[in-house]
Design a binder for this molecule. Sequence first.
Ligand SMILES: [Zn+2]
Ligand SMILES: [Zn+2]
Length: 211
Amino acid sequence: MTKLVTRYPQRWFCEECSEVHPAPHLTSKRLCGYRTCLNEIAPKQSVCCDLHGLLLARERGRSIQVSPYRSPLVPTGDWFFAERQRLRKARPELAQILRPIADNAASSNNLYYIEVGNLNVPPGWLPALASLGFSANPVALEDSTLSAGWLMQAVDEVAERRACHAWILSEAWFGLSARGLRRWAHERRLLPQCFLPALYFYRLAQPELQQ
Ligand SMILES: [Zn+2]
Ligand SMILES: [Zn+2]
């Protein structure tokens, strides 16, 4: 995560000179900070809408993280933002819904950084998001042959080799907290296909030779 180093630009439309200034002038209305948007904004706002907030944060380099892999099975922040807008779900509300499986991995802040950086949506969240009406690739939700119980063990082994906590890996790689992963294992769930790209990338599993 990056530190907030840049301020958002201020833009004021002055009716006397019919120009946009970077500071209030004679008779000024404050405008949305995004590029040349002409929408007027309230004193506490910096942009006129969520989309301009996202695009501006992106341009200002609010996220320097990049996803380690890309796959059609794993949606990204742009999808998350668009679906969230379509379903009118606020980030804090989603953070609350994902909490039982993700704990702080799905904090409202992390959801923001996923959107700004257009990062991969953690595969562990996809079934929950789909059940809320997010339109996920149906193939991504189909069961693989690998189980959550197997994943729990595999993550434990890697964590032991790296001398770190297993929950750090399962949160970072799959978006599941230790509690969430244990719950899935207890429910004897099979991992959906959207887990495969991360499993291959982090070498927890090998792609099979047949299709
Ligand atoms: Zn002026
Ligand atoms: Zn705007």
